[in-house]
Every structure is written in structure tokens, then in C-alpha cells.
Design a protein around this ligand. Structure first.
Ligand code: NAP
Length: 298
């Protein structure tokens, strides 16, 4: 295709899709409420006063309210000891009125994410971060899936994007996004998967082969126009705050893909914001509902 020709592309609208999922969750919650006697209940542990973390937790709890879930927030100062956090995790594990909880990351340096995560009861691990849930992803009957990868798969499913037999290239290999989404694509997604990371030589060589390109790195404009082929599906997970004095809050949010110059080469592409972010929250709600149903054998 001539570089100047403009192709029609479809926006993978995570905001709209997540609201549709919320309506479904809300309906199911209303049906189950008289059976169980209480609504699903999500809690969060938030340490410190990181603005982004605060915003994320607020968004998650707003979504809880929209679908009729109960929510509980446990906040701690940055100086809180690891022991206190572990005590809270143990208390949440043992609280039968709680279906799931998250420990909002990042944690301060003196608290080990690994030690905290290892103590979370996998049945209440609605972020899907525990080793048990990560390991079960590869089994025929997975438990709670990691929230962002689940959201990515759900978004593609709802837009009828077939992954079977496609070449999916995942840029980023973190245990939160890149690695689990590549497992889901290669396993239930039946795709051929290439995983790229910081040591990948000639990133463009790989991205140019992608039928479906998932980017989860945290570097604005990493993926440029000449790095993708025509008709590619792009899911941009990156969230980057770019200083911008022309807007009141002083920054704008951008993804890892140069959306302005890449989008017209795509068949489908997620916007940032409004793509994967809302789908992550919808997945958290779905995981909480799953945990609630499993606890009550529904
Ligand atoms: P992370 O833990 O920092 O991982 C980044 C990954 O990118 C690593 O695997 C790293 O490689 C790789 N990488 C770094 N530079 C690269 C390069 N130049 N080329 C290729 N790969 C490179 O980050 P994360 O937690 O996965 O998050 C990634 C981004 O997604 C961030 O912007 C985050 O804010 C965003 N995010 C969004 C959501 C959402 O709901 N929308 C959820 C989670 C995360 P190595 O492994 O070799 O270091």
C-alpha cells in the first residue's frame, strides 16, 4: 500500500466494551444476591501516596459501585513495616466476607512484592499474580487469570479477532503483562507467539511479522510506522505520562505505539487511554465474581 493511502481502521474501544461487561456483571450480581445473601466483595491494600496508584484504586472501586459490589480499602503510610502488610494479607485471606483483594503496586522498596504475593490466597488473588494462578494458566482448567492479559483476550474476543493460527508478537516480557499474555495467546489462543524484550536484536524485524502486536513496555512511541505491516491488529498496553503544560493537569497519557502515525496501517488498534486500562478493571470485576461464585459453589 502506498504510504499516503489511508486505510480504515477499527478502534478497539476498551471503555465501551468494559461498560458492556459491567452491565452483564451487574445483572448477574443482582440475580445471585438473594441466593448468597451478600454481594461480591473486593478489597485493596494501598501503601503510600503515589498519585497514579491512588487513581487506579479509585477507578477500581468506582467500577465496583457501578456493578453493585462491596469494596474495602486498607491504606498504609509509606513507612509501614512488611510485617504489618503481611498481617493484613493474612487477615484478608481468613475473612469469609471477602471474595478477592489486590495489593496495589508499586510497594515501597523495603517491602518485598515477592514475599507479599506468595502469601496471598490464590482463591482470592483477583489480580492473578500468585505463582499458583500463574502456573495454572497453562493447565486445561485455569483459576483466576492475570487481570490485564484476561482483559486483552476478552477485548479481542468481543471484536471477533481470531488468534488461532495467527502470528502474535508480544513486546515486553513482564510477569504482569507480557509473559502471561504470551502464554494465553499460545495456549487457549492457539497462536504462534514471538516474545520480545530489552535484549531482542532488531525489534522491527519481529514486529513487522506480526498479525497481532501486543506492546507492554512503558516507552512512548517505541513502535513506529515503519515497524508494522499493513492490516496489523495492535493492542497497546503502555501507559506513559508525558509532561504537557497546555493541559490543566500538566501531563497527557500516551501508549507505547506512535498512534498518530501508525493507526492508519492497522485493521484494529486500541487507543491509550480508553483501551486496555478499562479492560483490566473489567477483568478484576470478572475475577471477583468468579471467586465469589466458586466460594459459594454457584
Ligand atoms: P515492566 O515490568 O517494566 O516490563 C517492561 C517489559 O518491557 C520488560 O519485559 C522489558 O524487558 C521490556 N522492554 C523494555 N524496554 C524494551 C525495549 N526497548 N524493547 C523491547 N522490550 C523492552 O512493565 P509492565 O508492568 O509489563 O508494564 C508495561 C507497560 O504497561 C507500562 O507502561 C505500564 O504502565 C503499562 N500497564 C498498563 C496496564 C493497563 O491496564 N493498561 C496494566 C499493567 C501495565 P526485560 O524483561 O528484558 O527487562
Amino acid at each position: 500500500m502506498n504510504d499516503k493511502e489511508v486505510q480504515q481502521f477499527v478502534i478497539l474501544d476498551g471503555k465501551k466494551t468494559s461498560r458492556e461487561i459491567e452491565v452483564e456483571i451487574g445483572e448477574e450480581t443482582r440475580k445471585l444476591l438473594p441466593v448468597v445473601g451478600r454481594p461480591p466483595h473486593l478489597a485493596a491494600i494501598l501503601v503510600g501516596d503515589d498519585t497514579a496508584s491512588n487513581t487506579y484504586v479509585k477507578s477500581k472501586f468506582k467500577a465496583c459501585k457501578r456493578v453493585g459490589f462491596k469494596d474495602t480499602l486498607a491504606t498504609f503510610d509509606t513507612t509501614v513495616s512488611q510485617e504489618t502488610i503481611l498481617e493484613k494479607v493474612a487477615a484478608f485471606n481468613n475473612d469469609p466476607r471477602l471474595d478477592g483483594y489486590i495489593v496495589q503496586l508499586p510497594l515501597p522498596d523495603h517491602i518485598s512484592v515477592e514475599i507479599v504475593t506468595d502469601l496471598i490466597d490464590p482463591k482470592k488473588d483477583v489480580d492473578g499474580f500468585t505463582p499458583a494462578n500463574f502456573g495454572k494458566m497453562g493447565l486445561p482448567h485455569p483459576s483466576l487469570l492475570p487481570a490485564t492479559p484476561r482483559g486483552i483476550m476478552e477485548l479481542m474476543t468481543r471484536y471477533d479477532i481470531e488468534t488461532r493460527g495467527k502470528h502474535c508478537v508480544v513486546v515486553g516480557n513482564s510477569h504482569i503483562v507480557g509473559s502471561p499474555v504470551s502464554l494465553l495467546l499460545a495456549g487457549p489462543g492457539k497462536a504462534t507467539v514471538t516474545v520480545c524484550h530489552i535484549y531482542t536484536k532488531d525489534l522491527a524485524f519481529h514486529t513487522l511479522q506480526a498479525d497481532i502486536l501486543i506492546v507492554a513496555v512503558g516507552k512512548p512511541n517505541l513502535i513506529k510506522r515503519d515497524m508494522v505491516k499493513d492490516g496489523v491488529v495492535i493492542v497497546d498496553v503502555g501507559i506513559n505520562r508525558i509532561p504537557d503544560s497546555s493541559v490543566q493537569r500538566g501531563y497527557v497519557i500516551k501508549g507505547d505505539v506512535d498512534f498518530e502515525n501508525v493507526s492508519d496501517k492497522c485493521s484494529y488498534i486500541t487507543p491509550v487511554p480508553g483501551g486496555v486500562g478499562p479492560m483490566t478493571i473489567a477483568s478484576l470485576l470478572l475475577n471477583t465474581l468468579d471467586a465469589y461464585k466458586r466460594t459459594h459453589q454457584l
